[in-house]
Design a protein around this ligand. Structure first.
Ligand SMILES: [Fe+2]
Length: 189
C-alpha cells in the first residue's frame, strides 16, 4: 500500500507505517480514554530506563494504563526501551510557530482540549506563524484522544527530502480552556 507523509487510522497498527521512510507522522484516531467524570490529573513525569519506571508523583489508573500502552508503541517504533513521558496542563499556546521537534520520535496526545495543529511544510511555505488566511485553511487540528507519533529532526530516521515535511504547533489554550497533554519521547542512552 502506498502511503503519504501523514497516515491516519482507527487502530494502533497505523504506527507500523512509520517504518516507511516517507511517513513523517502517523495518527491513531480514538476517543479520549479520560473518563468524563475524572478530575484532571496533576502534572507529572514518568521515566523508564528500559527496566524500571519512575514516577514523579501520583497519577490516576486510567492514565498510567494509557502511558504503559503508548510507551510500548514508542519503544516498538524507536527500537529503544527507554522513554520519558510528561503529562501537563497547558493554559497557553506554548509553541505558536510551526516546527519539528529535535527528538528522534515523539508521541503526543491531548486527553482534554484540542491536539496539535499540523500542516505540510510545502503548503504553508514561509508563513510559520500561520498569519495568512491561506495558511489557516491548510492547518488541521487533532482531536482529543487522537494519538500522533511524529518523527523529529534528531538522528534516528533517514530523511527523505523529496517528500513534504510535516510541521506542527500548539493549538490555542487558556486558563478557562486548559489542555491536558501527554508527550512520550524515546530516550536513547
Ligand atoms: Fe513540537
Amino acid at each position: 500500500m502506498a502511503v503519504g507523509a501523514v497516515v491516519q487510522g482507527q487502530a494502533p497498527t497505523v504506527f507500523t507505517t512509520l517504518f516507511e521512510p516517507q511517513v513523517r507522522m502517523a495518527i491513531w484516531s480514538r476517543p479520549s480514554p479520560m473518563p468524563p467524570d475524572a478530575p484532571p490529573p496533576a502534572d507529572f513525569t514518568a521515566e523508564c530506563d528500559g527496566r524500571w519506571i519512575t514516577l514523579s508523583g501520583a497519577a490516576p489508573e486510567w492514565l498510567l494504563q494509557d502511558i504503559e500502552r503508548l510507551a510500548e508503541i514508542v519503544a516498538a517504533i524507536s527500537g529503544c526501551d527507554a522513554w520519558r513521558a510528561r503529562c501537563e496542563t497547558v493554559t497557553r499556546r506554548a509553541c505558536p510557530r510551526f516546527h519539528q521537534d529535535a527528538v528522534p520520535v515523539r508521541l503526543i496526545v491531548a486527553y482534554e482540549g484540542p491536539g496539535p495543529e499540523w500542516a505540510f511544510a510545502g503548503e504553508i511555505g514561509e508563513d510559520l506563524d500561520g498569519r495568512n488566511i491561506s495558511t489557516r485553511r491548510r492547518v488541521r487540528t487533532l482531536h482529543p484522544g487522537d494519538v500522533a507519533v511524529m518523527k523529529g529532526t534528531a538522528p534516528g530516521w533517514e530523511a527523505w527530502p523529496e517528500f513534504p515535511q510535516v510541521l506542527h504547533r500548539s493549538p490555542p489554550a487558556g486558563r478557562r480552556s486548559p489542555r491536558r497533554v501527554l508527550t512520550i519521547d524515546a530516550a536513547p542512552m
